[in-house]
Design a protein around this ligand. Structure first.
Ligand code: ADP
Ligand code: MG
Length: 912
């Protein structure tokens, strides 16, 4: 049987584990402590390093109260920690005490309990922890038990005791299994959970015994036959052991719960048998924890400090042994010693013995007495090593709220106070803890935690339920499926068998019929075979044909592929050609631009040539006077066939359309040169029609109207003059407003050459029978008479030519009878200028005017005006002096035949 103690648990070792800081602040305390040394069995005021136990607990000594927060939290090693827990009112109390206040009032934030003495007075007590009726089991475990359990896991002995009147919640606090609600699990169950979570099952061990102490006899709750277990104390170590008690190894929580249930059942049975009450017995759970310390060696050193590796390998592994004792004490209420409740006096003494002995020991400790009567009872003997130097002890005192049990409640409180050395706690200094609020919140938190645990449990249960249900459904579905499959299989099997049977019957029937039908069938079959053969041969020939077709198609395909290849190469070739064409085009475009520049150059040259001609003066102009541009043309002809050939070539290469389009070019120079080229071209009779057809005439007329450049005016007018040599073109010029454009041009002209061109153009237009009236109507004659104001002989010569043309046509029309009345020339006032210039020094002027006078004189209707303007003298002179014989003759004949002229001659006394 294992005992709780171990020789490794000595002061040195302890300090090495927990450090040495734990012994501070002990001077004012007189902790409850049992010396483990058997030679000094008395309790003594030696502090034990139980810092861990102080976590969450508060020191209650006056020193701690007066000493402020720092000391407050430091804790006192070795002192029994005392918590008070208030049970909520039960159903009976809720009814019976409805009109009374609870006899206790808790101030958990101050860790105080107020016990009502009467209506106006209360006593106040302070505890390490004050647990209200709302405190959760979890919180109770954490503040009361957890530090002790941690100590046990570290190799210390630990004791948790519950003390209080029967019915105040000792068993609830310690022994609840929480089967119905995990939130209700008590300290035993939670302690085992923590222990099992910490130990390693392979190398550590957890052994449990469960006992009952009643009337100083110790019974094994795990083996009811074992009802008088003896207590053995190791003389050396002072450790207490129970060699006769059953020890059960615990590996999981479930087996522990079963063990507790078994123990409880046995306790109930034993009490029934002995006719006792469980409230009169103490229940003790002992948990022995043995743990192997990993990675640590025993703390013994060799004499000279050089231990060999051999020695090291032989060392046993370091183990720590801790013993946890949980004691659910008997009810603290006094047993009536009078025997009135059925107990004998002796019984009552015996029943109370252990509890009284515990009280006495605690009193002795509290009073710091030299003698602590630890041997007086089995309970105190059993708990001896729990109070030992390495032990940690927590006491929870349970009280009820009922004022009816005030006395018992008070004595319970005093027991707890003594355990906390109440005699030192005479006066309480009223103080407020700023942490009170936090603690109140703690209480709320407790409730929430409880709620949470409950919900979590419920959730887990629900999950389990759903899982189980799902499992059920799955297995049911699987079953159903298997059934259905089986059914189906059987059905098919049946069907199959039936079909087989039917077929067999049929077959039998067929066999019978076969005899009769055989011959018939043979014939039939032979026919069928022949038919089939025929079909087969047909099929074969069809197949052959199809194969041939396929071959054919294949060769066609091959051909197609070939031709496709050649087509591809053709395409490539064509592409190449297209590319070549593009190159060619680019090259040609280059040439065109080059030719355009040549063109400009040529037109410039032509211009120059024309200027040279102009400078030569009128006298040098060769024979033809019909058109100034034809002069240019002839000059061009004379000056060099090369140039002319170039223009012609240009015309061919560039194209008329292109040249004409240049007439509208943006660049003024290009326009000028283009109009010059057109003029040059227009000088060639062969080109004239082409120019008109290509819209050149229109462009030239437009240029007259739109351009302000006089050179353009001059050259365009020249070109128009050339085009006007053609009778058809004259009509076109007239219909497109040529007269007014030409006369406007003349009115703006400054250069006589411009006027010469304009006059030339109008002059040409004058030579058309049909257009006489229109020409005159649009101011053609007047324009000519305006032009003569410039006085330049070349200009005058052109005007004279026009007038002569006009007169000639008029005369022709009059002879034909299509014209009556005075000459339009006379109407427009041209006669005086004709007469004046009829004897001009410049022969072209003179000649044209002489001719004009002769034509006018042909008609009697003009005679009077002619006479009055002095034309008669001129006619006489012409008839005598004119170098051209035809004109001379005409003048003469006219003078001789016209009565008006004859009369006029007479009157003027001209002898003719
Ligand atoms: P004891 O062991 O001290 O005789 P019990 O633990 O058997 O007392 O408790 C007596 C009754 O009071 C039980 O029904 C128990 O469930 C109930 N009880 C005790 N403490 C509490 C508590 N903190 N909260 C709710 N019910 C409690
Ligand atoms: Mg109980």
């Amino acid at each position: 049987m294992a005992s709780g103690g171990g020789n490794n648990r000595n002061g040195t070792h302890r300090n090495s584990l927990k450090g040495t800081t734990t012994t501070s602040t002990v001077s004012t305390d007189k902790p409850l402590s049992v010396n483990s040394n058997p030679s000094k069995p008395a309790f003594k005021n030696k502090s034990s390093p139980l810092t861990g136990a102080s976590s969450g607990l508060r020191k209650s000594s006056p020193g701690s109260l007066g000493g402020g927060a720092a000391k407050d939290d430091a804790g006192v090693p070795g002192r029994v920690r005392v918590a008070v827990r208030l049970r909520p009112r039960n159903a009976e109390e809720s009814v019976a005490d409805a009109d009374f206040a609870d006899c206790v009032e808790l101030q958990p934030e101050l860790k105080r309990l107020k016990l009502r003495k009467n209506n106006w007075d209360t006593d106040t007590y302070e505890f390490d922890e004050v647990l209200t009726e709302f405190a959760s089991q979890k919180r109770v475990y954490e503040v009361v038990a957890k530090p002790v359990v941690e100590g046990v896991l570290d190799g210390y002995n630990g004791t948790i005791m519950a003390y209080g009147q029967t019915g105040t919640g000792k068993t609830y606090t310690l022994g609840r299994l929480g089967e119905e609600d995990t939130a209700n699990r008590g300290i035993m169950v939670r302690a085992m959970e923590d222990i099992l979570a910490e130990v390693s099952p392979e190398i550590d061990s957890v052994l449990v015994s469960y006992l009952q102490l009643y009337m100083e006899s110790l019974q094994d709750l795990l083996d009811p036959t074992n009802d008088n277990i003896s207590i053995v104390e190791e003389p050396k170590s002072g450790d207490v052991s129970l060699p006769g008690a059953t020890l059960v190894e615990i590996r999981d929580q479930q087996s522990f719960l079963e063990l507790l249930r078994l123990g409880e059942a046995h306790r109930h049975a034993a009490n029934t048998k002995l006719n006792t009450e469980s409230s009169r017995s103490h229940a003790l759970l002992m948990v022995h924890v043995k743990r192997t310390v990993k990675g640590r060696e025993p703390a013994h050193s060799s004499d000279n400090g050089n231990s060999t590796s051999m020695a090291r390998s032989l060392r046993p592994p370091l183990v720590r042994k801790g013993k946890l004792v949980v004691v659910d004490l008997a009810g603290s209420e006094r047993i009536d010693k009078s025997g009135s409740d059925g107990h004998t006096r002796e019984e009552a003494k015996s029943i109370n013995l252990s509890l009284s002995a515990l009280g006495k020991c605690i009193n002795a400790l509290a009073e710091n007495s030299a003698h602590v009567p630890v041997r007086d009872s089995k309970l105190t003997r059993l708990l001896r090593d729990s109070f030992g130097g390495t032990a940690r002890t927590s006491l929870v005192i349970t009280v009820g709220p009922s004022p009816r049990h005030r006395g018992e409640t008070a004595s319970t409180i005093m027991f707890g106070q003594r355990a906390m050395k109440v005699e030192n706690m005479l006066k309480l200094k009223e103080e407020f803890d700023y942490k009170s609020l936090a603690r109140r919140l703690d209480i709320q938190l407790d409730k929430l935690i409880m709620e949470h645990e409950r919900k979590q449990k419920a959730f887990e249960v629900e999950i389990e339920r759903i899982t189980a249900e799902a499992q059920n459904r799955i297995s049911e579905a699987e079953r159903n499926y298997a059934d259905a499959v089986e059914k189906e299989r059987l059905k098919y099997q049946k069907d199959y068998m039936e079909s087989i049977k039917k077929l067999e019957e049929k077959w039998m029937m067929n066999l019978q019929n076969q005899g009769n039908e055989r011959k018939e069938q043979m014939v039939h079959i032979a026919e069928e075979v022949a038919e089939v053969k025929k079909l087969l041969s047909k099929e074969t020939s069809l197949r052959k044909a199809a194969e041939e077709e396929v071959d054919n198609l294949k060769s066609q395909l091959a051909q197609l592929k070939m031709s496709e290849a050649s087509a591809n190469s053709e395409i490539l070739k064509l592409r190449k050609m297209v590319e070549d064409e593009v190159c060619q085009k680019e090259k040609l475009e280059g040439e065109i631009s080059m030719l355009q520049s040549q063109l400009l150059h040529l037109s410039f040259e032509a211009d120059e040539t024309r200027k040279r001609l102009d400078r030569g003066g009128p006298g040098k102009v060769p024979g033809r006077l019909d058109s100034p541009v034809s002069q240019v043309r002839s000059q061009l002809k004379d000056s060099g066939n090369g140039e002319k050939a170039s223009v012609a070539k240009l015309f061919e290469q560039v194209g008329l359309q292109k040249i004409l389009s240049l007439l509208e070019a943006e660049d003024a120079d290009v326009r000028i040169h283009a109009v010059k080229v057109v003029a040059n071209l227009a000088a060639e009779e062969t080109n004239q029609q082409k120019i008109v057809e290509a819209g050149g005439l229109k462009s030239l007329l437009m240029l007259l109207g739109s351009s302000e450049d006089e050179t353009i005016h001059r050259v365009a007018a020249g070109a128009i003059a050339n085009l006007a040599m053609n009778e058809k073109n004259r009509e076109l010029i007239m219909s497109q407003g040529g007269i007014s454009l030409l006369s406007t041009t003349a009115s703006h002209a400054k250069d006589p050459q411009t006027l010469r061109m304009v006059a030339g153009a109008i002059g040409n237009l004058c030579g058309n029978d049909k257009l006489q009236t229109k020409l005159r109507g649009e101011g053609g004659i007047k324009a000519l008479l305006e032009i003569v104001k410039c006085g330049h002989p070349d200009v005058l010569a052109q005007v004279a030519r026009g007038i002569a043309n006009f007169a000639k046509c008029e005369s022709r029309a009059a002879t034909q009878g299509s014209k009556t009345g005075r000459s339009l020339l006379i109407e427009d006032g041209a006669l005086p200028w004709i007469v004046q210039n009829a004897n001009s020094d410049a022969s072209p002027i003179r000649r044209h005017n002489e001719l004009a006078l002769c034509h006018l004189a042909q008609h009697e209707v003009n005679a009077k005006d002619m006479i009055s303007e002095g034309a008669l003298w001129e006619l006489v002179r012409i008839s005598q002096d004119c170098p051209r014989e035809d004109i001379r003759t005409l003048a003469h004949r006219t003078l001789a035949s016209s009565p008006d002229f004859i009369a006029g001659l007479k009157r003027l006394r001209i002898n003719y």
